[in-house]
Write a protein that binds this ligand. Structure first.
Ligand code: DAH
Length: 358
């Protein structure tokens, strides 16, 4: 509470002293709260200057005239200084907050970084969709596989020269007989046996998944890649079903006007075995110097065949009753053909300039 003014001190000097003190104090204030305290102390209803002005009435006329004029001037001066100080403090506050949380709503937004599906994933899905549309179901299986499923159950016994068709990465683990029974699957075909062991016909499945081979890499060979396997087994399935299904697939993926060609090929787990080609959609068989088909007019896209009776018997199906067809294709190769990619190593070298194109 401000002291009540001592009337004997109401002189021009004491008023001047009061103003000087108040001004000096005001100079050092830089927050609104202290500013309000200062205002109450000097200019409030019971403030020091207000008290002085009120005390003037006690003075005689001459003193009152001089001191009154001085007092009023002092009041105006302090009020003016208070206003300036208030503005200064407010400006400083504004400048500070503008520096801290500036929000310019006219700036364009920052584009969020969006991910996308890997080209292999996209093509695997496209392949699967084509077969799902023909009644197939998607199944997946282990990438670390037993020799038993990868080879034995597919009619490739130990010592069989057909084993050399796959450059195998073996798992460093021996059984009691001193053999290596486990490997990174070299193809998705072992899933044929696994699926048939787990169910009775009719079977209609496709199996997408990763495979691994002990491979010196080049533009057309990777040590790991994907395959999509297919298997259909039932009473009365014929080679015509194989042809019809795969022809339909080729049209769905590569266009309605595709032609297909089947030629004999050897895979131990099918009989007869074939490779399937589509007519070259780049040169339509007419090009000279066509990079895609090397002027043959045909592009090989998968291996296929009628499931070997030994494979059927191996899983306990009666080969006299049931027949089926199987096929296996490489999605990276399909993508390379479809998009004109000339090096398979691009798929897994994590170069965003490549990946962002899909
Ligand atoms: N598994 C074979 C490979 O990796 C591809 C294949 C050929 C799969 C013929 C099949 C088939 O199902 O019938 O070379």
């Amino acid at each position: 509470m401000p002291e009540s003014p001592d009337l004997t001190e109401v002189t021009p000097e004491s008023i001047q002293g009061l103003v000087q003190g108040a001004s000096a104090q005001l100079e050092s204030i830089d927050d609104l709260e202290s500013l309000e305290k200062w205002r109450v102390e000097y200019l409030g209803r019971r403030g020091r200057l207000t008290g002085v002005l009120r005390g003037l009435s006690q003075l005689d006329l001459e003193q009152r005239r001089v001191a009154g004029a001085l007092g009023n001037q002092a009041k105006r001066q302090l009020e003016e200084e208070l206003e300036q100080r208030t503005r200064k403090i407010n400006d400083a506050r504004l400048a500070k907050s503008a520096g801290q949380d500036r929000l310019d709503v006219t700036l364009p937004g920052r584009l969020p970084v969006t991910g996308r599906l890997h080209p292999t994933t996209q093509i695997v899905r496209e392949i699967c969709d084509a077969f799902i549309g023909m009644g197939f179901t998607v199944v997946e299986g282990p990438e670390v596989e037993w020799d038993h499923y990868n080879f034995e159950m597919l009619n490739i016994p130990k010592g069989h020269p057909a084993r050399d068709m796959w450059n195998t990465l073996w798992i460093d683990h021996r059984n009691e007989a001193g053999e290596y029974p486990m490997l990174l699957r070299t193809h998705t075909s072992p899933m044929q046996a696994r699926v048939m062991e787990s169910m009775q016909p009719p079977v209609r499945v496709i199996i997408p998944g990763k495979c691994y081979r002990y491979e010196a890499t080049d533009a057309t060979h990777e040590w790991h890649f994907y395959q999509v396997e297919g298997l259909a087994v039932d009473d009365g399935i014929t080679f015509a079903d194989l042809k019809g299904t795969l022809y339909e697939f080729a049209k769905r993926l590569f266009g309605e006007d595709r032609k297909v060609r089947f030629r004999c090929d050897y895979f131990p787990f099918v009989e007869p075995g074939v490779d399937m080609s589509i007519d070259c959609f780049a040169c339509h068989g007419e090009g000279e110097g066509c990079r895609l088909c090397r002027d043959s007019g045909w592009i090989e896209i998968m291996g296929a065949g009628m499931v070997h009776p030994k494979v059927l018997a191996g899983v306990g199906y009666d080969p006299e009753k049931y027949t089926g067809f199987a096929f296996g294709l490489g999605p990276e190769r399909i993508a390379m053909l479809k998009y004109g990619i000339d090096d398979i190593r691009l798929f897994y070298s994590n170069d965003l300039r490549f990946l962002r194109q899909f």
